[in-house]
Design a binder for this molecule. Structure first.
Ligand code: NAD
Ligand code: MG
Length: 362
């Protein structure tokens, strides 16, 4: 099976390289990266003959575009593991080329899930999510899609969940990216602490599953999802927090035979669950609003402003606790925009970035 990785130098990309090294039957045919030439060189040491593409770094034998990279390598599957809105173009490109997509870039599903699912169905290709929660629901529902009452994903809650009335304004970027349970890229770690990551996953889940969706807080990050059945029973999916299991499941379509992480040590398990206060964690309230209203502009607004504010927080131009109130103002300003085609997604995304750039929310 030939696989191409877009965004191979990131957290998910490098973990996928680790998974690929364990399997003879998977062939890495190419990868893209953004600017991190050192990490790209390390991958090339392991796979010297693969094709590569980077917008910023040209080396010998590199392709000139994503198009060329895909056409030259002819992959069976593409993993899109780049970060943020930039991933949308590539999800569309792969689906247009009728290639099965493994999607870590949840942002593209969040802003354009309706259009991506339509495109995948039209071209008869699949989209499989690489995210511990969504992947675990796929595993749980693989054999029994009937009689499901509700799907519940878990939220570890990030850095600040347990802190009562804490003023987080003094927390700097480098402190907030240290997630208590997961070792992830910078942006998703910040998104976890604001609960925007869970907002994204609820929206994404609404495109993958036709069931009622809920969320519960679970600090230990051992249970990734719970599927409730009509008869009152439920099944939980448990594993140590490690993305390699979701990556392997996506590559092998949930039929993995090789042990990729250790089983749990059950006698040491202590599992706790808490209801999330939606008045304190507004992204969960926004997600619930979306599940009811299906207003397609809302996820685009939230994603665009979140992408932009992440950069400002990283540059220390705003404090951590300005992120959510600013997103809220942006929602109030743009929520009535109508989204009827994919071009509208790009237009609204740009409009919001311009509005934020001019600091019109102040
Ligand atoms: P990361 O920042 O570690 O890596 C991002 C990759 O994308 C890098 O290879 C980078 O070179 C590339 N990239 C960055 N900007 C780009 C651009 N404008 N154009 C093209 N390439 C660009 O991110 P990550 O943590 O690996 O996350 C990737 C995706 O996976 C995100 O959507 C995230 O939400 C999702 N995800 C990550 C984890 C995790 O454990 N890291 C878990 C679940 C889901
Ligand atoms: Mg997740």
């Amino acid at each position: 099976m030939k696989i191409l990785i877009l965004g191979a130098t990131g957290s998910i990309g490098l973990q996928t390289i680790e998974v690929i090294q364990k399997f003879q039957e998977i062939e890495l045919v190419g990868f893209s990266f953004f600017k991190n030439i050192e990490k790209a060189k390390n991958i090339l040491k392991i796979f010297p003959n693969v094709s590569i593409f980077s917008k910023h770094v040209k080396t010998l034998n590199s392709c000139d575009s994503y198009d060329e990279l895909i056409d030259k390598t002819k992959p069976d599957i593409v993993l899109n593991s780049i970060i943020g809105f930039a991933g949308l173009d590539l999800s569309i490109l792969c689906l247009n080329k009728k290639i099965n997509l493994i999607l870590a870039n949840k942002e593209s599903m969040v802003v354009a899930g309706k259009f991506l699912i339509e495109l995948a169905n039209k071209n008869n290709v699949s989209i499989i999510p690489v995210d511990s929660e969504l992947s675990s629901v796929f595993s749980l529902t693989n054999n029994n899609k009937n009689n499901i009452k509700k799907i519940i994903i878990t939220a570890s809650g990030g850095k600040f969940f347990d802190k009562e009335n804490l003023d987080e304004s003094h927390y700097k970027f480098n402190e907030v990216i240290k997630h208590p349970k997961w070792n992830m890229g910078e942006k998703i770690s910040i998104d976890s602490s604001t609960m925007i990551n869970k907002y994204f996953e609820i929206i994404e889940s609404s495109y993958f599953y036709n069931n009622e969706i809920d969320v519960i807080q679970h600090s230990e990050a051992i249970v990734h999802s719970i599927v409730e059945y009509l008869d009152g029973s439920s099944i939980m999916y448990l594993s140590y927090p490690d993305m390699k299991i979701a990556i392997q499941n996506a590559i092998f379509n949930f039929d993995s035979k090789k042990q990729i992480i250790n089983n749990l040590n059950y006698d040491k398990l202590n599992l706790n669950f808490n209801k999330i206060d939606e008045n304190k964690w507004l992204p969960i309230k926004w997600a619930k609003d979306f599940l009811i209203n299906k207003n397609l502009s809302q996820p685009i607004i939230i994603n665009a402003s979140n992408d932009y504010l992440f950069e400002l927080f990283k540059k220390e131009e705003i404090t951590f606790n300005q992120i959510i109130p600013t997103i809220e103002k942006t929602i109030n300003k743009f929520i009535n925009h109508k989204i009827s085609k994919i071009e509208d997604v790009y237009l609204l995304n740009n409009l919001i970035r311009e509005w934020l750039k001019e600091k019109k929310y102040e």
